[in-house]
Structures are given as C-alpha cells and as structure tokens.
Design a protein around this ligand. Structure first.
Ligand SMILES: Cc1cc2nc3c(=O)[nH]c(=O)nc-3n(C[C@H](O)[C@H](O)[C@H](O)COP(=O)(O)OP(=O)(O)OC[C@H]3O[C@@H](n4cnc5c(N)ncnc54)[C@H](O)[C@@H]3O)c2cc1C
Length: 374
C-alpha cells in the first residue's frame, strides 16, 4: 500500500484528492493536509465584499467532504518538504513533526507578498480572503465621495477581481445616487491586452467606458500612504479608497525544495510532475506557468496530476498532459459579462463572448462546488 500525501485544500488539492480516491480505490492511503478545514470559493469574494452573499456561501467544510471520499484529512500547517527523505515537516496543527509519503501532490497555492509594497498593510484594502473581503465591504458602505483606486501590483497575476470590483462599485454608487460624486480608476502594472488580445480588450474598454471607469496602464505601485499610491519613479495617484491585489510569490513551504524559479514557483512539466523528481507533482497557483493564476487551471492541473500519479503507481508512463488555457469570466455586475478563452502556450488568437449567460455560469459553478462538497 502506497501513502499519497496531498498538501493544500484549495481547488488543485481537492480535485487531485477526489480524482485519486476515484482511481486508486481503497488500495492506497490518501491524506490531504491543509491549514484550515474550510475550502474557500475565491471567485465569489467580490460578491461577498458587495454583500451579495454571506460568509457561509463561499466556504464549506473540507473534512467531511474528504472523509466521504475516503481521503484522510489533517488540519495542520506545512512548514517544509524534504524531497530526498520523502518527509513533510508540520509546524503545528492536528499532528506535529514529520509525515512520510511515497507520492506527493503539492497544492499550497501562492503567497501574498504584501511586504514588497511599503505601506500596503496599513493603508490598502484587498479581498483575497474572507475577512479582508468583508472589511473592504465595510469600507465600501462608508464611502460616498472622492477617488476610488482599484488595481493590482506587479506580479499579482489576478485581473478578474480588479475589473469586477470596479464594475460592482460603479453599479453600487449608481444605485445609491452617488455615482457622480466618485471617480473610479483602475491601476494596472502592465497592459491587459498583452493577456486578453486586441478584440477582448476592445470589449472590455467598452464596458469600462459604459461604467465611466478610467484605467491607467503601466503604473506598478510600490508605495502606499494614507491617501496616495506611487511607483518607484514617483508617479502618484491619490485616493480616498484603495483596493490593491498585492504581488504573488510561490508558497514559502516550497522555498527549500530546490525546484523553484526566481519568484518561488515550482517548476513542473506538462504532466504536472516536478521537474527532476519522480512521484512528486505540483498543481495550481504554486506552479511556474505564465499568465494569470486561476482556479479552473488548478482544477485541470489537479486532474492531470491525479491521472499521472495513478499511472506512475502502476508503473506506467504519464497518461495526461496539461494545456495552459485561460478561461476568464469578468462579471459586469448586471450588464453583459465578458468570457475569454485563450491558450497561453500557442499564438492562436483567443475567442471571447459577451452576455448575461457567463456570470450565470460562474454562479452555477459556485453552486456546484457548494453542493457536491457539502
Ligand atoms: C478574489 C478572487 C477572485 C478570483 N476569481 C477567479 C475567477 O473568477 N475564476 C478563476 O478561475 N479563478 C479565480 N480566482 C483564482 C483562484 O481562486 C485561484 O487560482 C485558486 O484558488 C488556486 O487554487 P490552488 O488550489 O492552487 O490554491 P488555493 O485555492 O490558494 O489553495 C491553497 C490551499 O493550501 C492551504 N495552505 C497554504 N499554505 C499552507 C501551509 N503552509 N500549510 C497548510 N496549508 C496551506 C490553503 O489554506 C488552501 O487551502 C480568484 C481568486 C481571488 C482571490
């Protein structure tokens, strides 16, 4: 009997665990370790901030969902992985000390490198966890006039909630009869059309114009004070309300594995195997693939890793390969949402659609996760 350890209870880890449980049956022992027993459905955090759903709608109890699938669940903090001794060091939690494994799936997501932005902690809002989203929601309730600045820092890799927040804020202010009292600006360290392509950017720009939202590109914010955000070169934007997605970095637990790139992301091949290591897979936000970091990618990568790990266990060659595609839905908060699909590993132009259906699709996805895992 082999011991399979999965680290991380997000999209990547949960899907890898479920697929492995289906494929391996009771022949092998599967254990998922995560710091919290709650799974968080991050794509709904903008809705949570705007009071369109409750805390309980965006998270569910992982332990029961895992145990029902005969996957052991351990609530604990992973500190370190020794790839040569096949051991994971647990800092604290339900178990302490070291856990051994024969096969490993690393799915600990990314780290928020807020320390890279001076003043971020004191002066900026973000919505990358439930509590921060609720706090930002309170700030929105108390915000009635002035300049709202919303954006991402260099390395943030998550444009969707930025645009969704700007659209939702514009709609909220309009409903309150306060839209004319507020200027909304999106700050972007790059140009979005480098990811989306010209056609989709055109549609997005039309939506921004319809909501009267200004965008400033090539503004990599590195310093925040109580009312201003500025770049290294002194370009500054003043604000009365600021929501910034901080820079991302690879998981700290991966730092001593010797398998990471300059930003701490784990290097994997298209089978999701960690380069140079048999029996070790990594999936989700923690891997070194280019472009935005998204949940649907983590799901697909979890499926690919599970299929290949199951094959490896039986002594077979990899049976699945991941293709790096972005599928992005920007909810226009009442208007026509934007759907973009593009393969990031080819030069093929992406396809995009617009309509109310796509935000409904996102809602249905949330319900699916809620019902199939609760
Ligand atoms: C506001 C917001 C909106 C988004 N919108 C979309 C969207 O519309 N569409 C989309 O596809 N994606 C969206 N995303 C991105 C998506 O949520 C992520 O890409 C996805 O969550 C990545 O999954 P993951 O499993 O790699 O990591 P995560 O979901 O971050 O899971 C990592 C897990 O590991 C655990 N963990 C981390 N470190 C440790 C440790 N040291 N010890 C133990 N456990 C640990 C965490 O608690 C967590 O359970 C959004 C994200 C945010 C924040």
């Amino acid at each position: 009997m082999a011991t399979v350890l999965i680290l991380g209870g997000g999209f990547g880890g949960v899907v890898a665990a479920e697929r492995l449980a289906e494929q391996l049956g009771e022949k092998h022992q599967i254990t998922l370790v995560s710091r919290s027993r709650n799974f968080v459905f991050y794509p709904a955090l903008v809705k949570l901030a705007f009071g369109k759903c409750e805390r309980n709608d965006v998270s569910f109890d992982l332990r029961h969902a895992m145990l029902r699938r005969r996957v052991n669940f351990v609530e604990a903090e992973v500190a370190h992985i020794d790839l040569f001794a096949n051991k994971v060091t647990i800092a604290h939690g339900e178990v302490e000390g070291k856990l051994s494994y024969d096969y490993l799936v690393f799915a600990l997501g990314r780290r928020l490198a807020t320390e890279q932005i001076t003043g971020f902690f004191e002066h900026a809002h973000h919505l990358l966890n439930i509590d921060k989203a609720i706090n930002f929601g309170k700030a929105i309730s108390n915000f009635h006039e002035g300049h709202a600045v919303i954006g991402q820092c260099k390395g943030a890799r998550l444009p969707v909630p930025v645009y969704e927040t700007a659209f939702a804020l514009a709609r909220r202010l309009k409903d309150r009869g306060e839209r004319k009292r507020v200027k909304i600006t999106i700050v972007d360290p790059d140009r979005l059309d480098s990811t989306l392509g010209d056609q989709a950017t055109l549609v997005l720009n039309r939506a921004l114009a319809a909501h009267d939202v200004e965008v400033i590109h090539n503004l990599p914010i590195e310093r925040v004070t109580a009312n201003s955000a500025s770049t290294r070169h002194g370009d500054t934007v003043n604000f009365d309300l600021l929501m910034l997605v901080p820079p991302f970095r690879g998981s700290s637990a991966a730092s001593f594995m010797g398998t990471t790139d300059h930003a701490g992301y784990i290097m994997v091949d298209s089978t999701m195997r960690v380069v140079g290591h048999e029996g070790i897979y990594a999936v989700g936000d923690c891997v070194n693939f280019s472009g935005p970091k998204m949940g649907h990618m983590a799901v697909r990568q979890g499926e690919v890793a599970a299929a290949n790990l199951a094959a490896e266990l039986e002594g077979h060659a990899p049976v699945a390969h991941y293709s790096h595609e972005v599928k992005l839905v920007i909810d226009d908060s009442g208007g026509d949402s934007i759907y973009l699909r593009k393969n990031l590993w080819t030069d093929e132009p992406g396809s995009f659609r617009q309509g109310r259906f796509w935000s409904l699709g996102k809602h249905v996805q949330q319900r699916y996760w809620e019902f199939s895992h609760s």
